[in-house]
Design a binder for this molecule. Structure first.
Ligand SMILES: Nc1ncnc2c1ncn2[C@@H]1O[C@H](COP(=O)(O)OP(=O)(O)OP(=O)(O)O)[C@@H](O)[C@H]1O
Ligand SMILES: [Mg+2]
Length: 719
């Protein structure tokens, strides 16, 4: 639908080339083109600033109307172009389509477009009087010399009105959605001087705000910040470990909300598929959406959801930025998100029409541990590239701890969210619009129950074992990066259609199956099977890769030593004073693993390491001392000299390796001269032996106590 141009005469008094910058004229544009009666929040301030040629940093909540801050300037200054940099093609497509429907000349340039369409856009840009008012591009395109040269020409002809950078937090490595391609934007200020830059974001903590302003070289920008508060969203947390069946619980929430539009976020694609199937079976129209589906399927799901053919989308974070359906009533996180910023951004997709909506988060201890594992593991990947890995690691985990506090705390949820963004919150702000303020006693009761289940959980420690052993198993280069899009840095121009996660192998040890009503034996079987297939897959994958990929790096060895050191310290806590030199012993144990499997490759080395860590968590003092040869010193009497002698990995026979794989058990194939010849060394427990021993210990610990049937049931489930 083409709309005629607003008769600007009535505003400016004469011809079209005059910029509209007064409030009255701008409101008229807003009403005429978008049908909104007035500006919201800081929209007008941002618009007037950029129209006066001033840089502006604009922080507005999700759904606050940031787009208007660059769309109105495009209409207020005829004859010039607003360049909009946007992180996702889908996001650009949606906005351009919506603008075109309103009769506004908007275009986007992307690698997904047919070349004749691109040519037409370029033709218009090269013409004396381009009709394009808004040109959307990706940060990847900005990096190409061809486009940059075009842009400088447009600028030289005085046709550039404004550069708007949407989702500007993506430029900061401190932000939750860092996009390396956004770094290209730092050069814009120098290449295109004198054109105001408008940076827009919904989620930037003070550190990120500073980083964005600095990286884009904004000069004396007008900094506009609105409160992050979303008063129309009710926040609620449900505890998976206190529920019999989280799938059923969510299903009944959705049913009782009478077919409202909802988004359910899951960590894994398999959960999306499973949960969506479950909901559909229970009469709720739903579909899964994730990067495992092809483009056609994804578009079809998106369209069905936008047009209300389906009620619920069960998605990974691939269902991301730019989803502009205003009447989403429920956003559910079926797994805990990685940070408060991610949570805020995703839950903020509810109630963009400002009507009452709900954010519902299902929290479970296994989910928490798995996310911790993923974050640590992702950090391992960055170790090689980052100059300050410790800093990043600290950040990821401390970001995540805010999310855990949100779930495990009994205080106001809204306050937690706002404080995490550095806002001061008055006690009356929430007004009972979160579960903790509405039903404080119930939340306290739930948290107490949860604490009881944790206590058992820690004693049996199965989940931790799962995470630890997976952590040990996982090779450093394989970390999941589903939240950042670092990998895109190496992609070709604009290869940025919604990528999401590389699924973790460890996620196949899926607790969704574990936490369902399986008996303990079935769970152990499942875990054991998962561990075996993990090793198997690792082995198969590795065969296809280059030899150096299989090499055990010094960094990996250092990491392994650290892991053993931690395991030794835990053993000390469990067994009392061992009088062991931890550093030396960790080196000795690591050296043994390396000696055995260094030549065979990383998979075996890591597997051996995992077994040793498991062994340390179950062994007794005598065995430990024997293995460390504490009572039987080496001929040199010096453990360290023995280690240095063992640095060279000896040949390992294939028979040794296959034995290790088939039994899943570590076998001492070439014992060190000192320790193993003089001492009968204990064998390491296999994974199932270990789990069974945990089970036995857990049963012994639980047996004598007087437990309520409910808490007993929970404990069994957690085991
Ligand atoms: N002044 C206004 N009055 C009423 N509605 C508005 C106004 N400005 C924008 N909107 C509407 O608010 C909704 C959200 O706008 P927009 O997509 O620009 O938000 P956003 O701040 O970019 O959100 P996000 O952070 O999620 O990208 C849109 O449907 C838009 O039409
Ligand atoms: Mg937006």
């Amino acid at each position: 639908m083409k709309k005629s141009a607003l008769p600007l005469k009535s505003i400016s008094g004469n011809e079209k080339q005059i910029t509209v910058s007064g409030k009255e004229g701008l409101v008229k544009l807003l009403r005429w083109h978008f049908g909104h009666s007035d500006f919201r929040g800081k929209q007008l301030d941002a618009i007037q600033a950029v129209l006066c040629g001033r840089d502006c940093f604009c922080l507005m909540p999700t759904g606050g109307g940031k787009s208007m801050c660059y769309q109105i300037p495009a209409l207020a200054r005829p004859g010039r172009i607003v360049l909009v940099i946007s992180p996702l093609i889908a996001l650009m497509e949606n906005q351009v389509m919506a603008l075109k429907e309103k009769g506004i000349a908007a275009e986007y340039l992307s690698s997904t477009q047919a070349s004749h369409i691109k040519s037409k856009i370029h033709e218009d840009l090269d013409s004396g009087k381009p009709s394009t008012r808004l040109l959307y591009v990706t940060p990847e395109l900005i990096a190409t010399p061809q486009f940059m040269s075009k842009l400088t020409k447009i600028h030289a002809r005085g046709l550039l009105n404004l550069i708007a950078i949407d989702e500007a937090h993506c430029i900061s490595t401190w932000g939750h959605d860092f996009r390396p391609a956004y770094r290209n934007l730092s050069s814009l200020r120098n290449r295109i001087p004198d054109v105001p830059i408008l940076a827009l974001t919904a989620t930037a903590v003070p550190k990120v705000q500073k980083d964005v302003i600095g990286s884009l070289c904004l000069q004396d920008p007008l900094v506009l910040k609105s409160s992050f508060n979303r008063p129309n969203i009710y926040y609620e947390v449900r505890y998976k470990d206190l529920l019999d069946d989280a799938f059923a619980d969510l299903s009944s929430v959705l049913k009782s909300s009478s077919n409202v539009c909802a988004i359910v976020y899951c960590l894994e694609r398999t959960t999306c598929d499973g949960l969506s199937a479950y909901l559909s079976k229970n009469g709720i129209s739903s579909a899964a959406y994730h990067a495992g589906l092809n483009n056609k399927m994804r578009s079809s799901v998106l369209n069905d959801w936008i047009s209300s053919k389906i009620q619920v989308v069960v998605a990974t974070v691939a269902f991301g930025m730019g989803i502009d359906r205003k009447d989403v009533r429920i956003v559910c996180h079926f797994n805990i998100p990685k940070s408060m910023e991610a949570f805020y951004q995703e839950s903020g997709r509810a109630g963009r029409d400002q009507l009452p909506s709900k954010s519902l988060l299902y929290y479970g201890v296994d989910d928490r541990k798995r996310m911790e594992f993923i974050l640590r593991n992702s950090e391992s990947k960055k170790l090689q590239s980052s100059s300050s890995p410790g800093r990043m690691s600290e950040k990821c985990l401390s970001d995540f701890s805010q999310m855990v506090e949100y779930c495990e705390g009994s205080g106001c949820r809204r306050k937690k969210i706002l404080e995490s963004f550095g806002e001061e919150v008055s006690p009356s702000l929430c007004n009972k619009s979160c579960d903790a303020c509405k039903n404080p006693n119930l939340i306290v009761k739930h948290l107490e129950e949860l604490k009881a289940t944790y206590a058992v959980h820690q004693r049996c420690n199965l989940s931790q074992v799962l995470i630890n052993s997976s952590n040990d198993m996982t090779d450093r280069e394989q970390s999941s990066e589903f939240w950042n899009r670092d990998d895109e840095a190496s992609c070709s121009e604009e290869d940025i259609s919604e990528t999401d996660e590389d699924e973790e192998d460890v996620t196949n040890l899926s607790r969704s199956r574990l936490s369902k009503k399986l008996g303990i034996s079935a769970k152990i079987e499942l875990l054991e099977h998962a561990e075996k297939s993990y090793y198997h897959k690792q082995n198969a994958d590795k065969q296809d890769k280059k030899l150096d990929k299989n090499a055990i790096t010094q960094t990996l060895r250092e990491g392994s030593k650290q892991r053993l050191l931690n395991a030794l310290k835990q053993a000390q806590q469990r067994l009392g004073n061992l009088s062991v030199d931890f550093e030396t012993s960790a080196s000795l144990l690591e050296s043994e693993c390396y000696k055995k499997y260094g030549k065979s490759g990383k998979t075996f080395y890591i597997s051996q390491l995992a077994s040793t860590v498991r062994w340390l968590s179950t062994t007794n003092s005598t065995e430990l001392r024997a293995r460390l040869a504490i009572d039987t010193p080496s001929p040199t009497g010096n453990v360290m000299s023995e280690i240095s002698m063992e640095q060279k990995p000896p040949k390992t026979s294939n028979a040794d390796i296959s034995c290790s794989i088939s039994s899943g058990r570590s076998i001492r194939t070439s014992p060190s001269k000192s320790a193993s010849q003089s001492t009968k060394l204990p064998s390491l427990p296999s994974f199932s032996e270990f789990v069974n021993s945990c089970k036995r210990k857990g049963q012994q610990l639980n047996a004598p106590q007087n437990q309520s049937p409910r808490s007993m049931e929970k404990r069994v489930r957690l085991q």
